[in-house]
Ligand binder design. Sequence first.
Ligand code: CMP
Length: 142
Amino acid sequence: ALERTLSIIKPDAVAKNVIGEIYARFEKAGLKIVAAKMKQLSRKEAEGFYAVHRARPFFNALVEFMISGPVMIQVLEGDNAIARNRELMGATNPKDAAPGTIRADFADSIDANAVHGSDAAETAKTEIAYFFAATEIHGDRS
Ligand code: CMP
């Protein structure tokens, strides 16, 4: 089915100057960038985005990392976009990420892991709305 998912290129990958290389992977996999913005997240924005992880031991480090520099945020649209993007990203911990995945190629650690991608249809919906108004999304079903 045609889906949308939220993708974030994290501060480590932005700093490495690989936004274009990551975008090329999305495009080659048939995912279309239908909205995008570069943003320096505030602490409140990062905490709100990751609110589901608030009780986890890694929450504070995650928030600190996510506000350490600008991120590139995009909505990807395509057939099975949520799962497809997760395949492209590879496992959360780059040590476990399959060769050729974004995290295997660009990530350094479980925090500095290059990219975020929504994990399910409901979270995709919430995460997209967290960063984009409907009028900022320019997809085939906008
Ligand atoms: P992300 O997909 O952005 O969602 C939550 C992030 O928390 C995850 O990627 C990791 O970068 C980070 N994180 C740090 N430690 C862990 C952990 N033990 N399990 C899951 N995520 C972790």
